[in-house]
Design a protein around this ligand. Structure first.
Ligand SMILES: [Zn+2]
Length: 537
């Protein structure tokens, strides 16, 4: 017999086997027990959280002739067996991702008019329901007509990962259930159970690491577990093996990345990023893992060094722990927090942009040059740098310290002086404004904001170009608003002065045609190379 994936082999058949969705399961069981079954359900949530599994159990349960006390299907009656082996047509599963045409839904709807030959209900499970075609004459419309007056024996279960794409007319006719991401504990416990049933062995730490990597998806967790067990077949799965199989060998990479940053070695740090991209790693995964490592360093920095179980809390191997410990002594908690903040912002920003690599490089530059930022934590870091330099000097110490105190006082005074001149924005600042336009304009006064929403930002490499979608917006922005109001919006964001131009495309000029080439606003010293992950986004 061919190998069956753990995820399929142990797919829950009864309600009690479903893990981590207790509230949903309780509600559905109660509906079955009380006979108050709805006609349309919407199951939403990220992949691998059990939407389709629960839909299948529910579909069987409403039809089962001898359900268990908790409402679960018995699995043995003629109806349960018929559904399982496909001889009964009571349950139909439609994958909207592949059959998104209106014809497909029409054929279902024609079929809906015939009542089931056995069992009480016909259940239609529509997976990836957000992929159904919208608009007039679309699949959603055809479905809507049936949802308005469904025959008593029909139940629709729509499952989707993107509920925001489902039309509100459909949503309003469905009972909605939100499937939550699984907790690390839930997934680790389930894996522990399955490992035992399979007669294999695995360290708890290994399972927890797999659970963390799976990020809330039980399906992913079990696939990763499959990989690990297959790779080390017949051996007890250790934490280090799991790290190895899942390509998480990189702790060393993050450690040397951090070392380069602390040494202000820009080309070294970008070289490491390059190397990771060449190996096919996703930039966003790299960033998130690096944040995780910085978080570990921060915990080590703040923790009592005698704590024995710190390795468990951090979820790192013993070797890595030693390296992290010595590295965390070289950097103070304030700087780490600043690094984490910069990279967390980056992680949010790059999700929707094709320029992932450039933004990442800018963030690396920011980490190394606290003088680019004016907030308190970067000033602290600058002070720390000055202090370090001071400590190195031995001779003539009194004089040197006197100078340093002067510098420190001057640095400290920068954010305190309200009237200090606002520095001009650098090209990378302007680029940040462009990338974050939607968020930044939220800070504007409400009327100004209304007009700014009718604009698209770009840059000519130095200035911000605010392109208006119509003459009214352009006229109003140019003439009716004081430039101070807009300056304030940028100052709030960057503490810098952004030079800008308000621009209306001429009548026969397309909105997108005259955009400056993206590469023109990149600093010359940073070279853009297409990274492999950009194509998939
Ligand atoms: Zn049954």
């Amino acid at each position: 017999m061919s190998y069956q994936a753990l995820y399929r082999k142990f797919r829950p058949e009864t309600f009690q086997d479903v893990k981590g969705q207790d509230a949903i399961i309780t509600t559905l069981k109660n509906q079955i027990k009380s006979g108050r079954i709805g006609h349309a359900y919407l199951f939403t949530g990220t992949r691998g959280t059990g939407k389709t599994t629960v839909a299948k159990i529910f579909a069987k349960a409403v039809n089962c002739e001898t359900p268990a006390e908790d409402g679960s299907p018995c699995g043995n009656c003629a109806v349960c067996k018929g559904i399982s082996d496909g001889s009964l047509m009571n349950v139909a599963e439609i994958d909207a991702a592949s059959n998104n045409g209106v014809d497909n839904i029409r054929s279902i709807i024609n079929e809906v008019s015939y009542s089931p030959t056995m069992g009480k209900y016909k259940v239609y499970i529509i997976d990836e329901a957000h992929m159904l075609s919208a608009g007039n004459g679309g699949a959603f419309n055809a479905l809507l007509k049936t949802l308005e007056e469904p025959p008593a024996y029909v139940i629709f279960i729509l499952a989707t990962t993107e509920v925001n794409k489902v039309p509100v007319t459909i949503l309003s006719r469905c009972q909605r259930y939100d499937f939550h991401r699984m907790s690390i504990d839930t997934m680790a416990d389930r894996m522990k159970e399955l490992v035992q049933i399979e007669g294999a062995e695995a360290e708890d730490r290994a399972l927890r690491f797999i659970a963390r990597t799976a990020d809330g998806s039980m399906r992913d967790a079990l696939s990763l577990l499959d990989q690990c067990l297959a790779f080390h077949f017949g051996q007890a799965l250790t934490y280090d093996m799991a790290l190895d199989v899942l390509g998480a060998v990189d702790s060393g990479v993050y450690i040397s990345f951090m070392e380069k940053i602390l040494k202000q070695d820009l080309s070294g740090a970008i070289g490491i990023l390059d190397d990771q991209i060449m190996r096919g790693r996703e930039i966003s995964a790299f960033i998130n893992d690096f944040i995780w490592h910085m978080r570990n360093m921060l915990l080590l920095n703040s923790a009592d060094s005698s704590e024995a179980d710190i390795a468990d809390v951090l979820g790192v191997s013993t070797d890595t722990l030693e390296q992290l410990k010595s590295l965390s002594k070289k950097v103070d908690a304030d700087s780490l927090m600043r690094f984490i903040r910069i990279f967390s912002e980056l992680s949010g920003e790059i999700r929707y942009t094709p320029q992932k690599r450039v933004l990442t490089e800018i963030a690396i530059v920011k980490l190394m040059r606290p003088q680019m930022e004016e907030d308190l934590s970067s000033v602290k870091q600058r002070l720390a740098q000055i202090e370090r330099k001071v400590n190195k000097m031995e001779a003539d110490s009194a004089k040197v310290l006197q100078n340093a105190a002067g510098i420190a006082a001057a640095t400290r005074a920068v954010p305190a002086k309200p009237d200090a001149p606002v520095p001009d924005a650098l090209p990378e600042d302007v680029q940040l404004v462009v990338s974050n336009w939607k968020r930044i304009i939220k800070n504007a006064n409400p009327v100004l904001k209304g007009f700014l929403e009718l604009t698209e930002p770009s840059t000519d490499g130095k200035r911000l170009i605010i392109k208006c979608m119509n003459d009214v917006a352009a006229g109003t922005l140019k003439e009716d608003f004081d430039r101070d109001l807009l300056d304030e919006v940028f100052a709030k964001e960057l503490h810098k002065k952004v030079e800008y131009e308000i621009y209306t495309p001429s009548k026969n000029e397309g909105m997108n045609e005259t955009y400056p080439d993206l590469s023109s606003f990149i600093n010359d010293e940073i070279e853009i190379v297409e990274s492999p992950d950009e194509e998939s986004t």
